[in-house]
Design a protein around this ligand. Structure first.
Ligand code: NAD
Length: 243
């Protein structure tokens, strides 16, 4: 029998590819979940229409849904030529989510970052979360995701809010409208008649169901520091962790 405390979830970006899988995973284990998004695609859970860059809209959804945990998966799609939109939604919007969480007393925030925030143009082999962000981001999307991740992690433990950020690599699986679809369209348009590298390049992929599951596990573990658990991890991993 599980000993986890039951949370009430608000999935921000829950109409999207990953967000929908998070909603389905929560429903499958019997949790209460609502969605906040600028578009509605599903009608099986309570839905709050709004833009994360409007703090009051987020706060209103948090109050009405009774959420105790936010899973924030919202972002404009990668690959658009609109740096201002990325900054507005990912940076200002994520700050607004944090402000709304603190203002309404929500104690948990799980943020979907991206593996791209540490890409520096070189091969990254066997790295982990201790690798620093590069000085120059790959593109405006990743610059905004990196900044958003920073402000999420800096908010940890302040105003009664505990936070965590996850960095999935390219996500694939049912409902994908971007990654595999984009690669397929490139092939269909005959735009794949050249090759970069010698066919030995590697790239990380994350199955969407595993990615959603990771968000649930992160949410379940989030909370005030547990000194006994930190001591156990230090021992097990032989690394310096903050106390
Ligand atoms: P998606 O576009 O399918 O879903 C994003 C959702 O966010 C959409 O439903 C969209 O309407 C919503 N949204 C956008 N702007 C909003 C706003 N201002 N206010 C409220 N909602 C808004 O994208 P996805 O592929 O499911 O990606 C989910 C998250 O995972 C994103 O944060 C993305 O940066 C991250 N990520 C995705 C991949 C990938 O390969 N798809 C890889 C790494 C990280």
């Amino acid at each position: 029998m599980s000993s986890r405390t039951k949370d009430v979830y608000l999935v921000i970006g829950g109409s999207g590819f990953l967000g929908r899988h998070v909603v389905e995973a929560l429903l499958a284990r019997g949790d209460a979940v609502s969605v906040f998004d600028i578009v509605q695609r599903y009608h099986d859970v309570p839905f709050y229409m709004g833009d994360i860059s409007e703090e009051e809209q987020v706060a209103d959804a948090l109050r009405k849904s009774g959420a105790t945990c936010i899973i924030h998966t919202a972002s404009p799609l990668h690959g658009m030529d609109d740096p201002a939109l990325y900054w507005k939604v990912n940076v200002d919007g994520t700050q607004a989510v944090i402000n709304a969480a603190v203002a309404t007393g929500v104690p948990k925030l799980v943020y979907t970052s991206s593996a791209g925030v540490v890409f520096n143009g070189n091969d990254l082999i066997d790295v982990d979360e201790r690798i620093p962000q590069p000085e120059k981001a790959m593109d405006p999307y990743n610059e905004s995701k990196a900044k958003a991740e920073q402000i999420v992690l800096e908010a940890n433990g302040k105003g009664g809010l505990y936070t965590v950020a996850l960095r999935p690599a390219g996500i694939f699986g049912p409902g994908d409208r971007q990654l595999i679809t984009g690669l397929y369209q490139t092939w269909q348009r005959g735009q794949s008649h050249f090759q970069i590298g010698d066919n030995t390049n590697l790239f990380d992929w994350t199955y969407v169901g595993n990615c959603a599951y990771a968000h649930l596990l992160a949410a379940d573990k989030l909370g005030p520091p547990n000194p006994a658990e930190i001591a156990r991890l230090k021992e097990e991993l032989q690394v310096a962790l903050p106390s």
